[in-house]
Design a protein around this ligand. Structure first.
Ligand code: DX5
Ligand code: ZN
Length: 217
């Protein structure tokens, strides 16, 4: 399968949401990456349901929602209602992770689990076959535009091996500091989905940057 690109809407111009959604619609991107931050799990607050609902009304591609929040269980149905297609929770925020994964699937969404940079991949050994997505954080979550943590490449390779050894089907997504250089290492290590925020939207030609990331081999 060719890898997927999920541009992060955290880098949108929020005064022009419809324009930026249509830019992604017209590009070779595959998903919209939607970062939700609660100011508790991470030291930043991004946006909530009304913004996601607005994006969904114009989006022609799936919404890949990354929850950086405590108690995600409380809001699973609400995220389904505003249009999430893939819902990813943090391992570090879920004491009953297996139950949370099942609840996301029962609500009719694909289920993902994200790992902070310090969290080893091995914590997912007993749920890997239940997952649609593993999200490897290559920065500490909370902000766009941070420097890539190189160890994420090793974690992608370890995750790939765990998936293969278990005959599992989860996709491996990487989030934070992705650019033309880091993308090459990640794809070679086995990443299936690349999130990119500032690299795409700080450029003068986001559609071309997305095409470039899509073409990485
Ligand atoms: C960080 C977010 C990322 C962020 C990536 O907490 O989860 O999705 O938007 O931004 P860049 O690509 O600028 O590192
Ligand atoms: Zn994210």
């Amino acid at each position: 399968m060719p890898h997927l690109i999920s541009p992060s809407i955290l880098s949108f111009d929020f005064a022009n949401i419809q324009r930026d959604v249509e830019l992604i619609n017209s590009s070779s991107a595959d998903w919209f990456h939607v970062d939700v931050m609660d100011g508790v799990f991470v030291p930043n607050i991004s946006f909530g349901f009304p913004v996601i609902d607005a994006v969904k009304r114009h989006a022609k591609k799936p919404l890949d929602v990354h929850l950086m929040i405590q108690n995600p269980d409380q809001y699973i149905l609400e995220f389904k209602k505003v249009g999430a297609d893939i819902l990813t929770v943090h391992y570090e925020a879920c004491p009953h992770l297996h139950r949370t994964i099942q609840a996301i699937k029962e609500a009719g969404m694909k289920a993902g689990v994200a790992l902070n940079p310090h969290t080893p991949v091995s914590v997912l050994e007993n749920v890997i076959s239940d997952l649609d997505l593993v999200l490897i954080m290559s920065v500490n979550p909370g902000f766009g535009g941070q420097k890539f943590i190189q160890n994420a490449v090793n974690k992608v390779a370890t995750t790939k091996k765990m998936i293969t050894d278990n005959n599992a089907t989860a996709l491996i997504e990487v989030d934070g500091g992705v650019n033309a250089q880091t993308a090459v290492d990640l794809i070679r290590a086995g990443a299936d989905v690349l999130v990119a925020g500032s690299f795409v939207f700080n450029s003068s030609n986001p559609v071309q940057i997305i095409a470039d990331l899509k073409a990485v081999r």
